[in-house]
Design a protein around this ligand. Structure first.
Ligand code: ZN
Length: 147
């Protein structure tokens, strides 16, 4: 059963590159805030030398983190932008590969990344006129901020 679904139409696509050393989550949130982007789909690829990835313990309702440093390819980083506390909030997951070509992945934590190079596409979405924005609110059942 579907809990929530809102209809959006693609408005425009921003393609670009992050500065070397930039953080992924905060850079994209900042860009979306400047451009008034309240809903979007994001894809990104490239390489990084530092990141913290996480998983959510569903019983404890708590994130556990792993810090990574070294040469990693960003195989895929995708997620979305919606509103949380009135500001654009990026929810991103990432799959990285190491020097052994092994993949590791998880929820991408903000202000933990240093990219070597990263190319992104932000698919800006617009809701129907008068439609409510997609907003994250505390969800008691999961302990997460969900739509
Ligand atoms: Zn997540």
């Amino acid at each position: 059963m579907i809990k929530i679904a809102k209809e959006f139409k693609p408005e425009s696509v921003f393609m670009g590159r992050l500065e070397k050393g930039a953080d992924i989550v905060s850079s994209l949130e900042e860009f979306c805030a400047e451009r008034g982007i309240k809903a979007a789909w994001i894809n990104l690829l490239g390489a990084l030398d530092k990141a913290t990835i996480s998983y959510y313990d569903q019983e404890k309702h708590q994130y556990f983190h792993r810090e990574l440093t070294g040469d990693y390819e960003i195989i895929s980083c995708s997620g979305n932008i919606s509103l949380k506390d009135g500001k654009p909030f990026a929810h991103l997951h990432i799959v990285l590969s190491d020097t052994e070509y092994s993949a590791i992945g998880g929820h991408l934590w903000p202000n933990t990344v240093s990219v070597f190079a990263a190319e992104f596409a932000i698919f800006k979405l617009e809701g129907d006129t008068g439609a409510e924005d997609l907003v994250r609110c505390p969800d008691v059942e999961t302990g997460l901020a969900l739509w």
